[in-house]
Ligand binder design. Structure first.
Ligand code: SF4
Length: 249
């Protein structure tokens, strides 16, 4: 499983729980922190809340505890959508976070495979696509140009969508969806206010969705049948596929 969070609610207690809980089907292989800034000012401008220091400390603590516990997983990424509000912080973001990890980590474009290594992920925000932002676009390309695809099991074409195996979406009101594409209401897999999440994750609705994807028969899931997103999400590894195929027999 992978987790995407802004990290602002990641208390020390939650960090311990996440790092020390690891059963077979909900083991966390990757956590992404959507930070998108390297200062309180831009954080507040972009996210409209004053939680930069707290969030950074939470992420630093998570990295430190994973190292202290000697864990290989979850791999950690910190993501940065490059916008006009924050592009001047790209370099300082890279050097700050490189100094927080025990070994050098790369900066990569969005779409790198998850669960493989720690990485700083950059994505061009839409404001950079405008002609008057060529300077920022050039900087973006420079930052990600050193990313080495060859040692990271480069992305492969997905034979089925990885989302039902990795990316549960839980809304503020507790509904569980396999992805944000399906969060308009047609693939509701449960509600954590009524059922504990592990029961939903391992339950019949999730199993039916996974089976449909592995078998390539999506008739019961029309949103998935026409969904373009599945083709560019990071593919699941052969080990994960073998694991899931066994659980679905
Ligand atoms: S195919 Fe699209 S809608 Fe279906 S689970 Fe994957 S990402 Fe979600």
């Amino acid at each position: 499983m992978c987790l995407v969070t802004n990290g602002s609610l990641l208390t020390k207690e939650l960090t311990e729980k996440i790092l020390t809980s690891s059963n077979k089907t909900d083991k966390l292989i990757h956590i992404n922190f959507s930070l998108d800034s390297n200062s309180s000012k831009s954080f507040k401008e972009i996210k409209k809340v004053d939680l930069f220091e707290k969030t950074v400390n939470n992420i630093k603590y998570f990295i430190k505890r994973r190292e202290e516990l000697g864990l290989l997983f979850p791999k950690i990424s910190i993501s940065f959508i490059v916008l006009k509000e924050n592009f001047h912080e790209v370099k300082s973001f890279v050097s700050f976070w490189q100094s927080q990890f025990p070994s050098k980590i790369e900066s990569a474009p969005e779409g790198v495979p998850w669960g493989v290594k720690d990485v700083l992920i950059f994505k061009q925000g839409f404001t950079l696509l405008k002609k008057d932002n060529e300077e920022q676009a050039e900087l973006y390309n420079k930052v990600i140009s050193s990313y080495k695809k060859e040692d990271s099991s480069s992305p492969q074409a997905n034979s089925f969508c990885p989302a039902p195996f990795r990316f549960p979406i839980i809304t503020a009101w507790g509904d569980v969806y396999p992805c944000c594409m399906a969060s308009q209401g047609d693939i509701v897999l449960g509600n954590i206010k009524k059922t504990p999440f592990p029961e939903i994750w391992n339950g019949p609705k999730y199993k039916a969705l996974r089976k449909a994807h592995i078998k390539g028969n999506l008739k019961a899931f029309p949103t998935c049948e026409i969904c373009p997103t599945q083709h560019y999400l990071p593919a699941i590894s052969d080990d994960e596929r073998i694991f899931w195929e066994k659980t679905l027999k």
